[in-house]
Design a protein around this ligand. Structure first.
Ligand code: NAP
Length: 518
């Protein structure tokens, strides 16, 4: 049987191997990876002789085991005779398997048939799986009560998320259940049920041996649970931060922010929130536990409307990439750290270039001609940021109407993108590319010819895949100072971290992480 988990939540690796030998070897791997227990999915075995194989498996277990023999009618692989299946589970109990999982539908008969034969240390998990949706809170409460009434030692419910807000009901069930309960929500939209399980009092959460070894949709790897999310250090008071977006699976934000939280000793976790409707999401996750959010595509504009208060710069940009829940009154405050992240990086490049000048009284952007290529989200952040620092802003964009609209908002000039190469009103200008031109895989592309770059003293590229875009290489070769999109990425993340935690961001660490993961 399992001992005490640090935070009351055990980490279990599901084993879906096809042979007993493979299962034994994977149990060893699970032990090495740091799991607390394994779930042996007997129904995945290609051949299974209960009398022989269960002995082998129970005897070889170096970790506590859950024996599960899931039938097709509950989403498993077993299609054979029901009595044989239940006999095998009964044998597992008699052999002293630490846990045996039996489905709610089969549980009453099964439990009464083993009542005298169950060793004291064996526990029965009674489970119910819903592969279509997550029922209402009321229905979930009825389900938990039904499972409890079978005499289950541990209640297990697994539902399916059609929206991330479904998981909130599972958190409520976890928080109010009086018996040990394992409640998880399948699919990527349910991922936070697996990551935040210890915070809300779940008995156990699953992490796989590796990608492709899932026993249910949406399971993360144990390595991610341990290394990225540091799930063992989560407690009831841990604050939840995360990235709202769609898609979010590719984001490196969790790696960056979780390490930064640990470095600064903040009791927090940063998770991906795969959201469909940001307003609905923020309404449902409105408790102080959910303390701050990064916002990415496609919600930066919608986020602004969801905030109770918005920082003036974010208001003028018309986009919010950071939301903080104010401790004093729970109100949501919106910011745009893309703006400061990019503008401060460009300012620092100019300060470095003209280091002898005293910059204490004035922004190095004041009076400069600042050409923004692009008029999307990043373009707006750069244009309003530069304007705020006293630059003269010019917008160049493929869609000229958008260029004119943004230019008029910032009180600047608009030029068509195909006129950028011949736009040389003065020297010493600043160029900021905020389009995706030059982004991987189109790394040979650039928004402007090399010769035209002679008129610019500083060139910034929002694109950061690759790190050294063709634009930056051309600019450097004609003597301009260059600022990479990575610098903006690091600084906007540092800005978010400081808004979330009130602590100074661990810059050295965050830089190292970003350099390693990009
Ligand atoms: P967005 O709102 O979709 O805007 C895209 C902009 O790029 C528009 O101005 C669009 O012009 C232009 N564009 C796209 N493809 C083009 C092409 N083939 N030729 C000419 N113009 C093209 O996107 P966004 O959020 O502003 O992001 C833009 C870029 O900035 C992306 O590469 C993104 O990765 C990068 N970015 C970097 C950071 C960072 O931290 N470094 C942060 C945010 C964004 P039209 O108006 O004509 O469509």
């Amino acid at each position: 049987m399992l001992g005490m988990a640090q935070n009351g939540c055990f980490l279990c690796i599901p084993i879906v191997a096809h042979s007993v030998e493979e299962m034994v070897s994977q149990m060893q791997q699970a032990h090495t990876q740091g799991a607390d227990c394994v779930e042996l999915r007997i129904d995945h075995l290609k051949s299974f002789n209960p009398q022989v194989d269960l002995h082998t498996l129970v005897k070889s277990s170096i970790l506590p085991i859950i024996v599960t023999y899931r039938p097709k009618w509950e989403g498993g692989e077993y299609e054979g005779n029901e009595e044989n299946r239940l006999n095998a589970l009964r044998l597992a109990v008699e052999l002293g398997a630490d846990y045996v999982d039996v489905e709610l539908q089969a549980a009453p008969d099964f439990l009464s048939s083993i009542s005298n034969k169950k060793p004291e240390n064996s526990k029965i998990i009674v489970s119910n799986h819903n592969y279509k949706f997550t029922p209402s809170l009321e229905d979930l409460s009825v389900l938990v009560a039904r499972i409890q009434s079978t005499g289950a030692d541990i209640v297990k419910i697994a539902t399916t998320a059609t929206d991330i807000t479904d998981v909130a009901r599972i958190f409520q069930v976890l928080a109010h259940c009086q018996v040990p309960i394992l409640a998880l929500v399948m699919t990527e939209k349910g991922l936070i049920s697996r990551l935040l399980c210890p915070k809300f009092g779940g008995y156990l959460t699953f992490g796989t041996l590796g990608a492709g070894k899932e026993s249910a949709p949406g399971q993360p790897t144990l390595k991610d649970l341990l290394d990225t999310y540091k799930i063992r250090s989560l407690g009831r008071d841990t604050k939840v931060f995360g990235l709202i977006g769609n898609p979010v699976g590719h984001s490196k934000g969790p790696i960056l922010h979780n390490q930064a939280l640990r470095e600064t000793g903040v009791d927090g976790i940063y998770v991906p929130f795969l959201v469909d409707n940001i307003a609905e999401f923020l309404k449902v996750y409105s408790s102080p536990d959910f303390a701050g959010f990064s916002v990415t595509i496609p919600f930066k504009e919608a986020a602004l409307k969801c905030c109770d208060e918005v920082d003036p710069l974010a208001q003028s940009v018309g986009a919010v990439n950071t939301i903080v829940r104010r401790k004093s009154d729970g109100k949501l405050i919106g910011y745009n750290t893309d703006c400061d992240g990019s503008i401060s990086a460009i300012e620092d490049a100019i300060k470095d270039k003209y280091a002898t000048k005293d910059w204490t009284q004035i922004s190095p952007l004041t009076g400069k001609l600042f050409v923004v290529v692009g008029a999307g989200g990043a373009g707006k952040a750069l244009a309003f940021g530069a304007k705020q620092k006293g630059a003269r802003v010019v917008i160049s964009n493929r869609n000229f109407e958008r260029a004119k609209a943004l230019a008029s908002q910032v009180g600047g000039e608009a030029i068509p993108l195909d006129k950028l190469d011949t736009f040389h009103p003065e020297t010493g200008m600043i160029l900021a590319n905020t389009t995706s031109i030059g982004m991987h895989p189109n790394t040979d592309q650039t928004p402007i010819s090399k010769d035209s770059l002679m008129s610019y003293s500083v060139v910034f590229d929002a694109v950061y895949t690759p790190k050294w875009t063709r634009l930056l290489q051309d600019a450097e070769s004609v003597g301009a100072s260059v600022v990479s999109g990575l610098e903006m990425f690091i600084r906007q993340a540092m800005g978010q971290f400081e808004l979330f935690t009130g602590c100074k961001a661990p810059e050295k660490l965050m830089r190292e992480i970003v350099m390693n993961i990009t």
